[in-house]
Design a protein around this ligand. Structure first.
Ligand code: ATP
Ligand code: MG
Length: 301
C-alpha cells in the first residue's frame, strides 16, 4: 500500500474511536474487546502487517514534520494499569526518528511538583516545534487518581478556599482552555484512553505474577486499585465528556487485544499528521545558487 492509501484507510478506521464532542459520550458504548470486523485469529497477522506499513508511513510523515519545523504534536496516553500504554508507545513509535521524539512519564508528583500549580510539571515537557511529544500519563491524572483518592488532593497545598465542590468543573475548564491555547499555537493535541476490561486486567496481572520476566511490572498497589474500578470508570467517562473537543479529541481505543490497540493508535497518529499541511521546506533563489556553487566546487576537485 502506498502512503496515500494508508492515510485514507487510517482516517476511515480511526474514525469510530475518535470523540470530538463529549456531551453524549458513554463509556458503556465502547467494548474493550472490539476488533471492528477483523476476526481475532484470522486477521491478527494481517493487522500486524498493517502496523508495519503504518509505522513506515508514520516515519515519512514525521520526517516532514521535523523538516518543516512549524507544528508540534502532543500525544497523551491515559489508561488503567496493564492496559498496554507502554507497549502501544513502543510499537507505534518504533519507526520514528528518536531525534524528533520526546517521551515523558508522569508518576506521583514530587515535592517540587506539589509546590506548583498542577500543569507546571507538564508544561515544562511540551514538545518542541517539529517534534512529537508523548505523555505517558499527564495532567489528566488530576481528574482521575486525584478525584478517586481525595487524600492526593489534600496533599496539593492549595489554599483551602479554592478547594470546593466546583474543583473538578474548574479543572475541566482549565484543561479545555489550556488545550485550546496549545492548538492556537501550533501544538496539536491528541489524547488516547486505552480501554481495557476489568477481566482482561486481571488476566494480565496474573501473567505478570506468573511470568518471571514480567514480575518487575507488577505492583500490589496496582491490584489494590481494582477496588476503585467503578469510580475510575466514572471519572474517565466524565473526563472524556468534558474535555473531548474538535481541536483536542480523545480516541477511546479498545484495549483487550494488544494487536488491535496498536493498530488503532498508529492509524490515529497517521490521521493526525496527515491532517497537517506538512511539506519539506522549499529553498529560495539564493540557497539554490549556493547549492549550485557548492556542487561545482565539489565536482572540480
Ligand atoms: P505505569 O503505571 O504508568 O505503567 P509505572 O508503573 O512505571 O507506570 P508508577 O510508579 O505506577 O509507574 O507511577 C504511576 C502512578 O503515578 C500511577 O498510579 C498514577 O496514578 C500516579 N500519578 C500520576 N500522576 C499523579 C498525580 N498527579 N497525583 C497522584 N498520583 C499520580
Ligand atoms: Mg504503575
Amino acid at each position: 500500500m502506498k502512503t496515500k492509501e494508508i492515510i485514507k484507510t487510517a482516517s476511515e478506521l480511526a474514525k469510530p474511536f475518535r470523540i470530538s464532542k463529549g456531551e453524549n459520550f458513554r463509556l458503556k458504548d465502547v467494548d474493550p474487546d472490539d476488533t471492528l470486523d477483523f476476526t481475532k485469529e484470522a486477521d491478527k497477522p494481517r493487522a500486524k502487517e498493517a502496523l508495519v506499513m503504518g509505522v513506515t508511513a508514520l516515519a515519512e510523515l514525521q520526517d516532514k514534520l521535523y523538516a518543516q519545523d512549524k507544528w508540534a504534536v502532543l500525544l497523551i496516553f491515559q489508561a488503567m494499569d496493564a492496559a498496554g500504554k507502554d507497549g502501544a508507545i513502543k510499537h507505534v513509535l518504533s519507526g520514528v526518528n528518536p531525534q524528533g521524539c520526546q517521551v515523558y512519564s508522569f508518576k506521583s508528583p514530587s515535592s517540587d511538583d506539589l509546590d506548583h500549580d498542577y500543569l507546571w510539571r507538564c508544561m515544562k515537557c511540551l514538545p518542541n516545534r517539529g517534534h512529537i511529544g508523548i505523555f505517558n500519563r499527564s495532567y489528566y491524572e488530576e481528574v482521575l487518581v486525584v478525584r478517586v483518592h481525595p487524600e492526593f488532593l489534600a496533599k496539593q497545598k492549595m489554599p483551602p478556599k479554592l478547594v470546593g465542590k466546583k474543583i473538578w468543573e474548574d479543572r475541566f475548564e482549565d484543561v479545555r482552555n489550556f488545550e485550546q491555547y496549545l492548538s492556537r499555537n501550533g501544538v496539536v493535541v491528541r489524547k488516547f484512553f486505552l480501554h481495557v476490561s476489568k477481566k482482561e486486567q486481571k488476566r494480565r496481572f496474573l501473567e505478570r505474577i506468573d511470568d518471571p520476566q514480567k514480575n518487575w511490572k507488577f505492583s500490589s498497589n496496582d491490584a489494590n486499585e481494582r477496588d476503585f474500578w467503578d469510580s475510575y470508570m466514572q471519572a474517565y467517562e466524565q473526563m472524556i465528556q468534558e474535555t473531548a473537543t474538535k481541536e483536542a479529541p480523545w480516541y477511546v481505543v479498545p484495549a483487550d487485544n494488544k494487536w488491535f490497540t496498536r493498530v488503532v493508535v498508529a492509524l490515529a497518529v497517521i490521521e493526525t499528521l496527515a491532517s497537517l499541511d506538512l511539506a519539506y521546506p522549499k529553498v529560495g533563489e539564493d540557497k539554490l545558487k549556493e547549492l549550485g556553487t557548492a556542487k561545482k566546487k565539489l565536482l572540480s576537485k
